[in-house]
Design a protein around this ligand. Structure first.
Ligand SMILES: [Zn+2]
Length: 750
């Protein structure tokens, strides 16, 4: 409790509110989930009858041909009806600004997608580990938390944690975790100042007992952690429909618009200037609900005070400079996590202005970034700064999860398959390797060609004195990743499906799950069960469940790597289509219909830094399989940690024959006895579902140098001309995500 001499403003009876949540969650357990997803015009939403609740209710998500409307009614159609009773009706009085562009794909309410198979298993592990218990095991969040009114940490780590914990709690429908999260959300909502300012009690407030006001905005504190809390509130609203959220956001944004002139984004830290996109994202989302033009003004204002990501991404000087320089001059411009967040800036600017040049900037910038700084596992180097494309470089875990979130937003706004493919490549390659099976420890930096995991300086642009950036530890490296890593899998799971503007559904990423929504003109309730061992198998099946036949568009992404996909309905070929597009399948769907996608996966060779080559099959990148020897260590400041050393030789080159004719020199084998992905597994050596067998030749001179494995120099044909072993050997490659030590970018040998 704080000792301020004033009373906090409280607008709602929390006990009543909590009781309603209990009731709603109990009902939802019995009744399952009902979602509504329907098209509307710009007028006020039409009423629907919610058959599960037996009451009249407005829909919870609509994607009309004008703008999306979410949970506007006095009650909702999904399992939070009770919660929404008495909710303030958000009047849709103003038409949307003409320039504002609707997203091509609209996010579904949190909880509409229920993950299954290995993905469910992954989320359950997270719930049982640090994601579900960070406030118990991590002192910085645990002790006198500033976001609960205490004098402890009130900066970024608690909202980082909540940003992943909120989707986890609602994806799993886990009441215990929801209650835990609600403590922080309730405190934040209840302690908004009359001016609209929110967040931990500031130093001046404690000393003087005054609220922060617009006129005294300088007595406030850093804008940056509040940007994260805005993301938390947005998700919480999409999950719960809590009527307190929208007024809270509106009030804060009004404060922000009034205060930013005197207290600009950079008033306290450069982090706020570098990460203004997070703030813009939520302001524009709120605009899509209430069409308050002041929110667009605010978004433009924030953009003007933020790093110029759109300009930098479109103007190639920035990315070239970043490849050439790792000095301290403007290092925040090259900071990998800033880049991961900033990369969605052009998409948001396009959404606000309708200027398609922004989409061109995004395309140019993303391609340049991956060309000059890209690593085979689908992410750019970020150790901590952008650091070129040499496979001995590393990437921070925060850069991975933030880039994933930016892709989830960019693909929705632009509809561009390139970002859908990019998201999947990061999720299924870069993400799984950087944490341990229990999701309790992580690496601050992973390395592409990581032949050992240990303490050391390596080739990073930020060689911490303690040399703890590469080991697996809970508190090793910098702890932002411990707080932030939770949003990777959770938001991937909640963004497998989106709504389409014609009142349909779109499967844009593939994983075992089930989605429930109302579709078509009649807002028919459907469930779609996605059964698949993808990305390890070529087949994805969808089973329709509907009480009545219903016509709606069911859109599916055909990945860019796929030469030709086969689409079947109930076993009959429907279409053969080229990869790199989203195909809408509009037809009358019946109960029990099965839509099947076949994505033939070919082995392909791609080229990476230092003229190296990587092996790909479908969405997966393959790396040399090595045994692992784990060693536990202890650091007095950073606690327990793990090192991993290779068992077996890693200094192989791929043969020129295999690289030039991969179809005939790589054999794909399903690993017998491995757990089927659809029934749950963890990403480690003992659960590899499939492997590639080929031949390689050892390069005896390729040895460790300063703890890394610098790629041997090859000629312009990509061939290593030094001494190699006479004999070829059979080598096994496994998906990158299952490895902790590996070679993924290979030299080529005769
Ligand atoms: Zn981090």
């Amino acid at each position: 409790m704080c000792n301020l001499r004033f009373n906090w403003v409280t607008n709602i009876n929390i006990k009543m509110f909590k009781k309603r949540i209990d009731l709603v969650l109990t009902l939802s357990l019995i009744q399952g989930i009902l979602f509504s997803q329907t098209a509307v015009q710009s007028s006020a939403p039409a009423d629907l009858v919610n058959p599960l609740m037996g009451s009249k209710s407005n829909f919870c998500l609509s994607t009309g041909n004008t703008y999306p409307v979410i949970a506007l009614g006095s009650s909702t159609c999904f399992d939070h009806n009770e919660l929404m009773k008495g909710a303030e009706i958000m009047k849709v009085n103003n038409p949307p600004a003409e320039a504002f562009v609707l997203p091509v794909y609209t996010e579904l309410p949190l909880g509409a997608v229920r993950p299954g198979g290995w993905l469910l298993n992954q989320l359950q592990i997270m719930r049982d580990g640090t994601t579900g218990h960070l406030d118990e095991v991590y002192e910085k969040v645990k002790n006198s938390n500033g976001w609960l009114g205490g004098t402890g940490d009130g900066w970024e780590e608690t909202p980082y944690w909540l940003d992943g914990a909120v989707p986890l709690a609602w994806l799993l429908d886990d009441k215990t975790l929801q209650d835990k999260i609600l403590r922080y959300i309730n405190w934040t909502l209840d302690h908004q100042r009359p001016s609209g300012y929110f967040g931990p009690v500031t130093k001046t407030e404690r000393e003087k007992g005054n609220f922060v006001e617009v006129a005294s905005c300088g007595e406030g504190e850093d804008w940056w952690p509040k940007m994260l809390m805005l993301k938390v509130m947005q998700q919480y609203y999409l999950a719960s429909g809590d009527p307190r959220v929208i007024p809270f956001l509106s009030k804060y944004f009004a404060y922000q618009l009034a205060a930013l002139k005197a207290c600009p984004l950079g008033q306290w830290t450069e982090w706020a200037e570098s990460r203004g996109t997070e703030n813009i994202l939520v302001a524009q989302w709120l605009y899509s609900i209430n069409q308050d033009k002041a929110l667009l003004e605010l978004a433009s204002f924030i953009e003007s005070q933020s790093f110029a990501w759109s300009t930098w991404l479109g103007n190639r000087d920035w990315v070239i400079e970043a490849a050439a320089h790792q000095n301290e001059d403007q290092w925040m411009h090259r900071h990998g996590v800033n880049v991961g967040m900033g990369i969605k800036a052009p998409a948001l600017n396009y959404q606000r202005t309708g200027n398609v040049q922004y989409l061109a900037d995004l395309k140019t910038g993303f391609r340049d970034l991956m060309l000059l700084h890209g690593l085979p596992m689908g992410i750019f180097s970020a150790d901590e700064d952008l650091h070129g494309n040499n496979p001995e470089q590393g990437t921070e875990l925060c850069a991975i999860v933030e880039t994933m979130f930016s892709m989830e937003q960019s693909m929705a706004i632009s509809g561009d398959v390139e970002y859908m493919d990019a998201l999947e490549r990061i999720a299924y390659n870069a993400l799984p390797t950087q944490t341990t099976d229990d999701y309790n420890t992580k690496q601050y930096f992973q390395i592409a060609n990581q032949v050992q995991v240990k303490r050391g300086v390596f080739s990073f642009s930020l060689p911490f004195d303690r040399q703890m950036t590469n080991v697996f530890g809970m508190r090793s490296g910098y702890t932002c990743c411990l707080a932030n890593m939770h949003q990777g899998w959770t938001k991937f799971a909640s963004h497998l499906w989106y709504a389409t503007a014609d009142n349909g559904l779109a499967a844009l990423e593939f994983a075992p799950c089930e989605v429930a929504a109302r579709v078509g003109r009649g807002k028919e309730q459907v469930t779609i069960k996605e059964i698949t061992d993808y990305p390890f198998d070529e087949k994805v099946s969808f089973e329709l469940g509907t009480a009545n036949p219903v016509e709606f568009s069911f859109s599916v992404r055909i990945p860019g790597w796929c030469r030709e996909a086969v689409i079947q309905v109930n076993g009959d070929d429907l279409q053969r289509v080229k990869g790199g597009q989203v195909i809408p399948l509009t037809r009358t769907w019946k109960n029990g219909d099965i839509l099947t996608l076949q994505f033939p996966m070919e082995v392909k060779i791609s080229q990476w830094g230092r003229n190296s080559r990587a092996v790909e099959r479908g969405p997966l990148v393959y790396a040399l399989k090595l045994g692992e020897r784990w060693e536990k260590g202890y650091h007095e400041k950073e606690g327990d940690y793990f090192c991993v050393y290779p068992v077996g030789n890693w200094n192989y080159g791929l043969t020129a024959k295999a690289v030039s004719d991969p179809a005939n020199h790589f054999e794909f084998r399903k690993v017998s006895g491995s757990t089927r992905p659809s029934s749950g597994f963890v990403w480690n050596l003992s659960h590899v579902p499939g492997e590639l067998i080929t031949t390689g030749r050892r390069i005896p001179s390729w040895q460790l140098l300063n703890d890394v494995a610098p790629i041997p120099v090859t000629d312009r044909h990509g061939l290593f001309k030094g001494a190699v072993n006479d004999s070829t050997e059979t080598i096994t490659l496994i998906p990158y995500g299952f490895t902790k030590v590996r070679i993924v970018a290979f030299p080529v040998v005769p």
